[in-house]
Design a protein around this ligand. Structure first.
Ligand code: HEM
Length: 133
């Protein structure tokens, strides 16, 4: 998929806005019990998504794989499910099905990216161009 790097980076930036808004809310309203949810939105959502996007940019051969789009979908859906469960556990203190379902989906998404990365063909070295003398 040609523009998967930009899709990943855009999703990451959307997560950043979500994490920042959530952090602003929890700080302003005095809800420190949601601090871990806020941190997970920033790290699993913003940081990891932007890193996946930058890796697709740095290794363009990754996007040729048929696994590239399914990996994005699995990771992002898993993150939404996990984070919803994390917010619920911060609110109630009780473990819930969403957290228990989202966690393995996120792990599978990470493993899919590892597979994509390890199995991708080595990049051909860029041709060195010398300026004309
Ligand atoms: C406008 C932007 C943000 C605001 C207003 C904000 C606000 C806060 C506040 C108020 C806390 C402390 C909660 C407590 O009382 O324990 C906090 C903790 C934290 N934030 Fe943010 N935050 C912002 C952006 C981010 C982003 C983008 C990330 C990650 C990429 C992040 C990661 C964390 C982490 C790791 C903690 C510590 C959580 C813990 O102690 O369990 N924050 N933030």
């Amino acid at each position: 998929m040609r523009n998967i790097d930009k899709i990943y980076a855009s999703l990451g930036l959307a997560w950043l806005i979500g994490a920042a808004a959530f952090g602003t809310w929890l700080g302003a309203s005095g809800h420190p019990n949601f601090a871990q949810s806020h941190a997970h939105i920033g790290l699993l959502g913003f940081v990891a998504s932007v890193l996946f996007g930058l890796m697709h940019k740095a290794w363009p051969e990754l996007r040729q794989s048929r696994l590239a789009l399914p990996q994005l979908v699995v990771y992002e859906v898993g993150t939404v499910v996990l984070l919803t469960g994390k917010v619920m556990i911060d609110a109630s203190g009780q473990p819930n099905l969403l957290l228990m379902t989202g966690a393995p989906i996120v792990i599978i998404g990470g493993a899919m990216f590892l597979w994509l990365f390890v199995k991708s063909p080595a990049t051909a070295p860029a041709t060195m161009l010398s300026p004309a003398e």
